[in-house]
Design a protein around this ligand. Structure first.
Ligand code: HEC
Length: 100
């Protein structure tokens, strides 16, 4: 019994980790040079993006595509250049953005 409790205690921080992984990934992927979570910067805020695509069943595919291939004319005059990130990271970032 005691041993199990110790194991659970040790596992807790590991289980908590993914919740913070995406903001860190966004910073590491240099997204934050043009984006902020809740304020418009050079690009739209991640919260505005989440609001725009709320309830859109193809949102995930659209946003992953925008990150990997770039986007223009959807939010304003400034285009987003294609981002040099792995497709799996683009998917993680998209899922995180859509929860905001
Ligand atoms: C050089 C500045 C710049 C960087 C770096 C950048 N973005 Fe953008 N992003 C923009 C701009 C500008 C737009 C609006 C483009 C438009 O109007 O279509 C945008 C749009 C978006 C959109 C909405 C696309 C759509 O289809 O509506 C998402 C999602 C997004 N960015 C995520 C990211 C992520 C994640 C990163 C990091 C991997 C990133 N951006 C890095 C400038 C940037």
């Amino acid at each position: 019994m005691k041993y199990t409790a110790v194991l659970i205690a040790l596992a807790m921080p590991l289980l908590g980790a993914p919740a913070h992984a995406s903001p860190e990934l966004a910073a590491k992927s240099k997204c934050m040079a043009c984006h902020q979570v809740d304020k418009k910067a050079l690009g739209p805020s991640f919260k505005d993006i989440a609001a725009k695509y709320k309830g859109n069943s193809t949102a995930e595919a659209t946003l992953v595509d925008s990150m990997l291939k770039g986007a223009k004319g959807k939010w304003g005059k400034i285009p987003m250049p294609p981002q040099k990130i792995a497709p799996v990271d683009a998917q993680k970032l998209t899922r995180w953005i859509l929860t905001l």
